[in-house]
Design a protein around this ligand. Structure first.
Ligand code: ADP
Length: 220
């Protein structure tokens, strides 16, 4: 199994999460085998995914028939059916699939998935909830926490930096953030340099510690 050449992904569970994930992968040139035990879900994705199969993935034999053991990457996108999610993940671990992503609906569910050997656990609802909290509570236009206490925020350029070269504004020492990209009205985002002079209405992307990014967005 050669990770770099293998452009195939097994996606189990074609609900909202698994479906969107699969379509995004196909858009980016990946071959996706989408599996669900509900024929209607499979039918819904038959045209947009590379291959689709109706199967119960808690059945070891059914998984083997799909060739699950030959995949380098698999995503278990079963959420609400805890037992199905755990069993499926455990079978993929037993088969030695080297990169397993599993979706959890709660931290406890996530903990179990990790303990049985999922390599990456994602908590889409928790993560999105946290993210939206940052948008609701402040003036942030978009927000991504890259890891514990480091974030990227999208915000309007605050008065303080308008009409001045970024190099002169010393935002890094004054506010603990770096302006990494800038977008002029009607234009595309471009990277920011020390010579960039933000104008009123510009949108910027800033990077830094979560609190610093949050505070800086409040100035905008
Ligand atoms: P979402 O919130 O993303 O829609 P769900 O947990 O509701 O996620 O959906 C997960 C999908 O997984 C459903 O379409 C369901 O039919 C499928 N699924 C559940 N159990 C199994 C199983 N044992 N084998 C295959 N697919 C399953």
């Amino acid at each position: 199994r050669n990770k770099t050449n293998d452009k195939r992904v097994l996606v189990i569970g074609l609900g909202r999460f698994g479906g969107s994930l699969s379509e995004e992968l196909v858009t980016h040139g990946w071959e996706v085998l989408g599996v669900d035990n509900n024929p209607r879900r499979v039918q819904a994705y038959a045209d947009s995914l590379t291959h689709t199969v109706v199967a119960d993935t808690t059945d070891d034999e059914a998984l083997r028939q799909l060739g699950a053991h030959e995949f380098t990457r698999a995503v278990v996108a079963i959420g609400t059916h805890l037992e199905e999610s755990i069993l499926t993940t455990s079978l993929l671990v037993d088969m030695g699939v080297p990169h397993i992503w599993a979706k959890a609906i709660s931290r406890r569910h996530g903990r179990i998935l990790q303990q049985i050997g999922a390599h990456n656990v994602v908590l889409p609802e928790h993560d999105m909830g946290e993210r939206v909290a940052h948008l609701v509570s402040g003036r942030m236009l978009d927000y991504v926490e890259i890891e514990e206490n480091f974030a990227l925020g999208k915000t309007r350029a605050p008065k303080e930096i308008i009409g001045r070269r970024l190099g002169e504004t010393r935002v890094r020492s004054a506010h603990g953030i770096t302006v990494v990209s800038i977008k002029r009205h009607g234009e595309a985002f471009t990277y920011a340099t020390t010579d960039t002079v933000p104008q009123k209405g510009d949108i910027i992307i800033v990077a830094g510690k979560t609190d610093a990014v949050e505070r800086f967005a409040e100035l905008g």
